[in-house]
Design a protein around this ligand. Structure first.
Ligand code: SAM
Length: 223
């Protein structure tokens, strides 16, 4: 099933991408004012992704864990899935989102139509299956926002996001953009560290010498 789903984007080589209108002015005018603490993180992702799209001869592949679940909750959850759909009106994209909750996929389909393929299941298993394809598709933007973070018990969520990265590693190559949502200053201000979904991933990327390009509620890296 996944070969069928993910085979197309990697194989759809063709002529160099034609010049297209930029999504960024539309983002600034329409979405940036709604996104509160995520405004700058999404801006960074779209700047990087748009630049990457200019060099692609296939649709950009966007993969997300943790789907839009509450329509209109811009400042709370972020509405990431809807934003990918909006970006896809400017640049050809293949978009997949996965959520453990079977209630999420119908919400995504109602909000995003055919632009986004919504899957139900555990994100680690989903990503691993994708990465086991004979020719693993190369992800252009990987957005990790699954397993809700509990400030009283940060490890399970952060570790889940590490498991996602391990599972999907064959699909990440030079230029792949990786973002993780829901990161916060450490509750002890003297500590200096961060906590949140990405605090372990931050250490992993640091060990790999991959610089953190955006540090806020969302962390953004580019391989
Ligand atoms: C914060 S919400 C995602 C919000 C969405 N990205 C947005 O911007 O609107 C987190 C989602 O992760 C899902 N989730 C939790 N554990 C998961 C897992 N193991 N695999 C996939 N999804 C999971 C939850 O069901 C929930 O819908």
């Amino acid at each position: 099933m996944l070969r069928k789903l993910f085979g197309n984007s990697a194989a759809a080589a063709g002529a160099a991408a034609p010049a297209r209108a930029s999504f960024l002015p539309y983002y600034e005018q329409t979405f940036a004012p709604l996104l509160a603490d995520r405004t700058s993180g999404f801006r960074m992702m779209f700047e990087l992704l748009e630049a990457r799209c200019r060099g692609l001869s296939r649709p950009a592949l966007i993969v997300e864990t943790g789907s839009l679940r509450a329509v209109g909750n811009w400042s709370g959850d972020g509405q990431s899935t809807r934003l990918w759909k909006e970006f896809a009106a400017f640049q050809p994209c293949e978009i997949h989102t996965v959520d453990l909750d079977p209630g999420a996929a119908p919400v995504v389909r109602a909000e995003c139509g055919d632009a986004v393929q919504a899957h139900t299941g555990d994100s680690v298993a989903f990503l691993y299956k994708m990465a086991q394809s004979p020719e693993p598709p190369q992800i252009d933007l990987l957005y990790l926002d699954s397993y809700d973070f509990d400030v009283a018990d940060p490890f399970p969520s952060a570790f889940h996001h590490i498991k996602e990265l391990i599972a999907v590693r064959p699909c990440l190559g030079p230029g792949s953009i990786v973002a993780i949502d829901d990161n916060y200053p450490h509750p002890d201000p003297a500590d200096g560290r961060v906590t949140g979904k990405g605090y372990l991933a931050m250490q992993w990327f640091r060990d790999l010498d991959i610089p953190l390009l955006h540090r806020g509620l969302q962390f953004v890296w580019q391989l």
